[in-house]
Ligand binder design. Structure first.
Ligand SMILES: [Zn+2]
Length: 278
């Protein structure tokens, strides 16, 4: 066995998902790293509190992964575990913030992703992150509008979708709860290319951690209400044409609506717009 990249071919202990989760702190980021290591994704871009970035840098150095950081940092606005918005300051600003890190198996790709993001070259950036071209085009088209709004692309994706029953692979709402198979918002909830990508991700996860794979799948098979920017995700549901009944609810907001849902464990489907993932 040679040096460098070949060390990944024999399932080095550091590739165990547990170890990745400890270093990368969330499932979502650990999985992004796993996809990069397994050649499913050219580059992963993640944000970390700037104090934590040296931990990631060390990990990448010790494991022959290419690593770059953004020349700017961000003051994040969080929604659950997930942040879609923030304000930008230079990396050397004294205010504490988050940096973007770019991780790849190839040095030149991490650098290219950093440049593409800095220059706001959306097409190139999306391609480097391994997103389907239809979804990159969708992102590009909706960017001006989304930047003024929630910046999560959910509303235009819903507008592009037919019906309201979709494959759980495209349930992007799991991102708010750190259980998700895609890192981009699909161009529609029936985007075939995104389903294909999510399926590959799931296969890879199951090679390392069958239990996590099942946990993600169970979570994503859910009824979702997206209302005023908040996500209400209901598991173990049945739908009988008029009513959605469910056992569990998770939400990004603990408001009156959340209380109502958790009290009743059912809701009239005519009164609310649902997305059903199965
Ligand atoms: Zn697409």
């Amino acid at each position: 066995m040679g040096m460098g990249k070949n060390k990944y071919s024999n399932k080095n202990i550091l590739l165990m998902l547990d170890a990745l989760s400890q270093v990368f702190l969330t499932n979502t980021r650990a999985l992004e790293a796993l996809y990069v290591i397994n050649g499913l994704k050219p580059v992963a871009r993640m944000s970390f509190s700037e104090n934590y970035v040296p931990v990631i840098r060390n990990f990448c150095q010790n494991n022959n992964l290419a690593f770059e950081t953004s020349d700017f940092k961000i003051m994040m606005n969080f929604k659950g575990n997930y942040s879609t918005k923030g304000s930008i300051v230079p990396a050397d600003d004294s205010v504490a913030g988050h940096l973007f890190v770019y991780i790849s198996m190839k040095d030149e790709l991490a650098g290219k992703a950093k440049q593409a993001e800095a220059k706001q070259n959306v097409g190139e950036f999306g391609r480097l992150l391994g997103y389907p071209s239809c979804c990159v085009d969708f992102f590009k088209r909706n960017k001006p509008d989304e930047e003024k709004k929630s910046n999560d692309y959910v509303v235009p994706a819903m507008a592009n979708s037919r019906g309201n029953v979709f494959s759980y692979y495209n349930n992007i709402f799991g991102r708010y709860f750190d259980l998700v198979l895609l890192s981009h918002c699909p161009c529609s909830f029936d985007c075939k290319k995104s389903i294909g990508l999510a399926r590959k991700h799931e296969e890879t996860i199951s090679n390392y951690d069958g239990e996590l794979k099942e946990r993600i799948k169970r979570f994503l098979k859910s009824a979702v209400i997206y209302r005023d920017g908040a996500v209400y995700l209901m598991n173990n549901y049945v739908f009988d044409n008029k009513t959605v009944r469910f056992l569990n609810i998770t939400a990004t907001k603990r408001d009156d609506f959340y209380d109502l849902l958790s009290r009743n464990r059912k809701i009239n489907a005519n009164e609310h717009h649902f997305l059903l993932f199965e």
